[in-house]
Design a protein. Structure first.
Length: 595
């Protein structure tokens, strides 16, 4: 159970205790916590909410910019009768690595900032008494981590992080921490593959458990009626008069899996399942054999005060805005989101391009600016990248697919964002990455990565491995912006004509212009709301003239935080909505187009 990928759902055999709330907190400015025994208990601490990022909670800039360890502590009780259960402690995520102690005993460690982890804690737990949980979280990055970055240490001992990506390196315990009370024998993984023919749906399943007990499965419709059932740890269910999961109509069946011993239920787990198909055929992307056009955004899990910490209120507000604007899809740029987001997308019929945290495979702090300079990096010339970085990248792909494989909303995997794929040795790197990924997904969804402007058509050494061409392009902003906007369209169309020769679907996964809400200028200038609208209209004209384009995801859904600098006005301002989720003029333009 150490891999922790099955969502912590309640059932008649499973109980969930949420440890979210106010925890004790201490910043380890001098990196001395372990030597001083902080794992046994914190003194002189502050308080923080869990989940949240710690960075924006305090007024001290050294806390916001801290590079290194931060420590968390909470207490909880376990009743004596729970000794008969498997008591499983599960973290939804902690960025970017964590070590966990319970009552002074180290019970878990994890690297990778966006995936669940934990441990069965029976041996370290005190039943019938108070338990002390200590977690240290570290946010440092380097060339081998996923994502990548660089730490610089100054003469006074302070460290600063320079990420190889254009968003703030928020850190902390970003998802809920839960205790799962599980039976001694339990279900720990389920894989599903769906299909249909005419009015009949099919669901193939495989189930893994800790025992060789009998397994029974029932598939129920939304009214709770059993529409198919079977026995065994693998099989195929047939559903007459099937209700397909479709974009905008997230119909979900409930797959109830039961583990039995002598006919008695030992464990049961409910898995929401949408029956649908996904396929790339020629230059079209098909959902349920119908051409699908992606309308929506690249997003960030980012909000005021919480930072990257999961906030259900923000998630629902974002969902309402997606519905209002007529969007049907999102890309989880540039990392996997909290599990609750995917469950919501399943229910609402929102289509998801699910992205790994492999952003920054390009050794420049501001790689998006390299598009305009012609400057080259040597990221893929480094042997350590082909050794340790690649293995960490593969690890995160495996985890992502393991966690999100059963979500009907997930229709494509994005294996990396804006790598320096113009480099010659990027080819061998991504040939292995794509080959590895193709072996992991039971549903064999299409694979992609987002291509940066420094690797235009004819210079990219990774696009040949992708099923879908995903382009991040900023003609009219980083290139030929302002007074040159009208002339940028010709250059854009010429590049797209090259990509069309590949015969694959093309999704515009990023296009946008920084815009400060409330700045108006007639005639337009860059950063004004009028310019953002003119820019979008130019992009849309190009899209509409390219037959292979099957989607447009404007960058970004909402303004978001980045490192400070003269190129960013308190963050990236390319949002159609402000960071507090209010519309700019562009939101109304997109709404009119998408509806």
């Amino acid at each position: 159970m150490e891999e922790q990928f099955l969502y912590p759902a309640q059932s008649q055999t499973r109980q969930i205790i949420d440890l979210s709330g106010i925890w004790k907190f201490k910043v380890d400015f001098e990196g001395k916590g372990r030597d001083e025994g902080w794992q046994n208990g914190l003194s002189n601490y502050s308080e923080v909410p869990v989940p949240s990022s710690f960075n924006d909670l305090f007024t001290d800039k050294d806390v916001r910019e801290h590079v290194g360890d931060v420590w968390y502590q909470t207490e909880f009780y376990l009743t004596e009768e729970w000794q008969q259960k498997n008591v499983n402690l599960r973290f939804g995520s902690a960025t970017h690595r964590a070590e966990v102690w319970l009552n002074g005993v180290k019970i878990a460690e994890h690297e990778g900032g966006y995936m669940p982890f934990g441990a069965i804690i029976n041996e370290a737990a005190d039943f019938g008494a108070k338990n002390t949980l200590i977690v240290v979280v570290n946010n440092e990055l380097d060339l081998t981590t996923i994502p990548t970055g660089q730490v610089k240490e100054y003469d006074d001992g302070k460290k600063r992080l320079f990420p190889y990506f254009d968003f703030f390196n928020y850190a902390g315990i970003h998802s809920a921490v839960k205790i799962q009370l599980l039976p001694k024998d339990y279900i720990y993984d389920i894989s599903t593959v769906t299909d249909y023919e005419g009015n009949t749906g099919y669901l193939n399943y495989e189930i893994e458990s800790t025992s060789h007990s009998e397994i029974k499965v029932e598939l129920k419709d939304e009214a709770g009626n059993v529409v198919a059932e079977a026995n065994g740890d693998s099989g195929k269910l047939e559903v007459e008069s099937v209700n397909l999961w479709q974009p905008g109509e997230g119909y979900l069946y409930n797959l109830e899996v039961s583990l039995l011993s002598s006919g008695e239920i030992v464990d049961t787990y409910p898995l929401p399942v949408g029956i649908r198909t996904v396929e790339v055929k020629g230059n079209r992307f098909l959902i349920n054999d119908e051409p699908f056009y992606f309308k929506g955004f690249g997003k960030h899990q980012d909000s005021e005060i919480n930072g990257r910490g999961f906030d259900p209120a923000v998630m629902i507000r974002d969902a309402e805005l997606l519905d209002w604007i007529g969007a049907n899809s999102v890309r989880t740029s540039h990392y996997p989101y909290d599990e609750e987001f995917y469950r919501m997308c399943d229910r609402r019929g929102v289509v998801v391009i699910d992205e790994t945290p492999a952003v920054g495979l390009f050794d420049m702090n501001m790689n998006f600016l390299a598009a305009g300079t012609g400057k080259e990096s040597d990221f893929f010339d480094k042997e350590i990248v082909h050794q340790k970085t690649k293995e960490n990248h593969k690890r995160e792909i495996k985890r992502l697919m393991k966690r999100d494989k059963n979500h009907a909303s997930v229709v494509m995997w994005c294996l990396a964002n804006e790598p320096d794929s113009a480099q010659e040795r990027a080819e061998e790197y991504f040939e292995e990455i794509f080959s590895y990924a193709r072996e992991l997904d039971p549903q064999a969804r299409p694979l992609t990565f987002t291509n940066i402007m420094t690797a235009p058509y004819g210079k990219c050494n990774a696009a040949q491995f992708a099923d879908v061409i995903s382009l991040n392009r900023y003609y009219g902003w980083y290139l030929m912006g302002g007074a040159e906007l009208r002339y940028s369209q010709k250059n854009f169309e010429e590049e797209l004509a090259g990509w069309e020769k590949e015969g694959k679907p093309i999704v515009m996964t990023e296009y946008g212009a920084d815009t400060k809400a409330g700045i108006h200028k007639l005639p337009s200038v860059q950063w004004s709301e009028e310019y953002q609208n003119e820019y979008l209209e130019h992009q849309h004209q190009v899209f509409d003239n390219c037959d292979s384009i099957v989607g447009e995801q404007m960058w970004n859904f909402a303004d978001f935080q980045t490192v400070e600098g003269i190129l960013r006005v308190n963050g990236n301002k390319k949002g159609a909505f402000t960071r507090d989720r209010q519309p700019k003029m562009a939101a109304h333009l997109l709404k009119a187009r998408w509806e």
